[in-house]
Design a protein around this ligand. Structure first.
Ligand SMILES: [Zn+2]
Ligand SMILES: [Zn+2]
Length: 302
């Protein structure tokens, strides 16, 4: 099974901290990199990580608060200096495109095409081996959570089975896998004759939740996920701050993880007053054992 890697480029919320840049993460699978939020300083974080800043095709902006998208401009300027030619697709909530274009117009003329797509509830990107869907969070402005879903594996091609049936190796195999019928003499074979369905596997799921109050939709969307990445701006002692600024506490995030029966919870987007990792860990773990407090450049492999 090909690994899926999540790299945390930053873990702070609202303002950067000495040891933390703003919250952002990259999902890497089969050579493609999906960037979630692009805050100020993000390009330098990319340089320090194992992800090439030139090799990102899709960026998903959760919402248009400065700490989640200001990094786009410096990054695009650098890629322009490096003569990037590949298209970049920026997904952002309604109005994001206009805002980004307005700022961009003043400062950079990109060397590559930028395609803008609006983030709406439902599937926003469908690739051969995965999809990305979005759902509305509860924050001061329109903000979206993202669900990365690897395609389910229906089974595996069984070469021995095919050989036993007398189907010669070569193009016939790919035809059958593609769902086409193959005729050999009087016999007709179909896909199910050459597949081993015992090898089927449910695709991996990663859910990225930035700024929000804890909400039931996150539980539904994250149900059974391999990894839930959830903001944790405050500790329970400061729950009122979380309520007032429409953020979550570590305990609230852990509760979501528990109810959604996820395999692992990664907490990030910490407010500057939240610098005691042990406290965050303790609070989250008291509700959901498999909680981790991530640091900048931490990687989680699935
Ligand atoms: Zn934020
Ligand atoms: Zn925000």
């Amino acid at each position: 099974m090909e690994p899926i890697k999540v790299t945390f480029l930053g873990t702070s919320g609202s303002v950067p901290q000495k040891d933390k840049n703003f919250a952002s993460a990259v999902i890497t699978l089969s050579g493609s990199n999906l960037l979630f939020d692009c805050p100020e300083g993000n390009q330098r974080q990319l340089m320090k990580s194992n992800v090439s800043l030139m090799k990102i095709k899709n960026v998903f902006i959760s919402h248009m608060h400065a700490d989640h998208f200001l990094g786009l401009f410096g990054w695009i300027a650098t890629m322009t200096l490096n003569d990037r030619r590949d298209k970049l697709t920026i997904f952002s909530p309604r109005g994001g495109k206009q805002k980004i274009q307005r700022i961009m117009k003043e400062i950079i003329k990109p060397s590559f095409e930028i395609e803008y797509k609006e983030v709406k509830t439902g599937i926003i990107l469908k690739e051969e081996n995965f999809s990305i869907s979005a759902f509305a969070l509860k924050h001061e402005i329109a903000c979206f959570g993202f669900v990365f879903r690897e395609k389910d594996k229906e089974g595996e091609f069984d070469r021995k089975k095919a050989e036993k049936l007398g189907i010669p190796p070569g193009p016939m195999y790919s035809k059958l896998i593609a769902g086409k019928k193959v005729k050999i003499g009087k016999k007709t074979f179909t896909k199910k004759d050459v597949m081993n369905y015992n090898k089927k596997r449910v695709g991996r799921k990663i859910v990225f939740v930035s700024d929000t109050r804890p909400i039931n939709t996150t539980i539904t969307k994250a149900m059974g996920a391999d990894l839930l990445i959830h903001e944790s701006s405050f500790l329970e002692d400061h729950q009122q701050n979380a309520i007032d600024s429409l953020h979550s506490t570590a305990r609230e995030a852990a509760n979501i993880a528990k109810k959604a029966k996820v395999k692992q919870l990664a907490l990030f987007h910490f407010s500057a007053r939240l610098d005691d990792v042990k406290e965050i860990q303790k609070e989250a773990k008291s509700v959901f054992t498999n909680s981790v407090v991530v640091k900048d450049f931490d990687e989680i492999k699935l």
